[in-house]
Design a protein. Sequence first.
Length: 366
Amino acid sequence: MGVNVTDPALQRIVDRVQSAQAANAQLCIRGGGTKDFYGEVPQGEWLDTTVLEGISSYEPTELVITARCGTLLADVEAALAENGQCLPFEPPRFAPGGTLGGMVAAGLAGPARAAVGSVRDFVLGATLLNGRSEVLSFGGQVMKNVAGYDVSRLLVGSLGTLGVILEVSLKVLPVAPATATLRFRMSEATALARLNEWAGQPLPINASAWWSGTLMLRLRGAHAAVEAAVRSLGGERISPALADPFWSGLRDQRDDFFLHAHEAVEAGQALWRLSVPPTTPPLGLPGEQMVEWGGGQRWLLSDAPVGQVRNAMIQAGGHAILFRAQDKSTGVFAPLRSPLDRIHRELKKAFDPAGLFNPGRMYPGL
């Protein structure tokens, strides 16, 4: 893989980076801007990546698609849908205009993450413009090309701090032939116990969500497997007309919980994204919670002190991200300990020695 280095759109981006180097300026890499809220407050002059767009290649029979960074996520998914394929990790679409580069840089996945894997698991290769204005390619378009340290996957979740992601190759999957959604009324503790019990069984569980006394469970796979699981698990089967909008709203954070959360954040509360071992019991933190990923991801809407939330995560063996908040002065991501802090800073120095890209978007100095 690799973008055409003579492409005028790419040359405009390279020229912009070289101008910033000469002026000792800093750049904020930005595609559709749909994730500006995520991470620390963006800083630097805008570097527009939407000029570099288009699907470079797509081989449905090979289950691989390659596209440039400014390509709309909606366009990628539309092309896949025409061939009965999808991005199975369900990247959130917080608003229209999200791009493929932004999807990879943020590294966020939707309801199916625990069942199918993360964004990182589906990245086969990437082309990057580093802080020295060098165009570098990593990985390839097939899994066997990945050997040694896989830099392309390192870019996932880096929030643009290592360079401009120019092009990405992704593994895709066929849409499952059958889907069913079940609803159960139960407490958080009971839901967690059931989810962990079911995780040890050969069930086609694709997604789960618990909130306010209700557990929603999505099954996906072969028709026979899904129907057998429906009979085995019980619960109330929800029609696709109601279930599909629920899962889509959960993926894009437009369902009732997140709509309420957005209003509460405007009023001064914080929305935390908590990552814990799935077997962790109810956390007992003040506020409202939604539980996803079989118990592994928990959303907390609360006005609890930052220290209380972070200490609870340390005790649970997890970590907390301040996902949405009016005040981010306490830091968005959990503080890094040595040697992770040193590794992050050395990587930043190797890819972006002058600190051009997305300064401080993750941590001070990164």
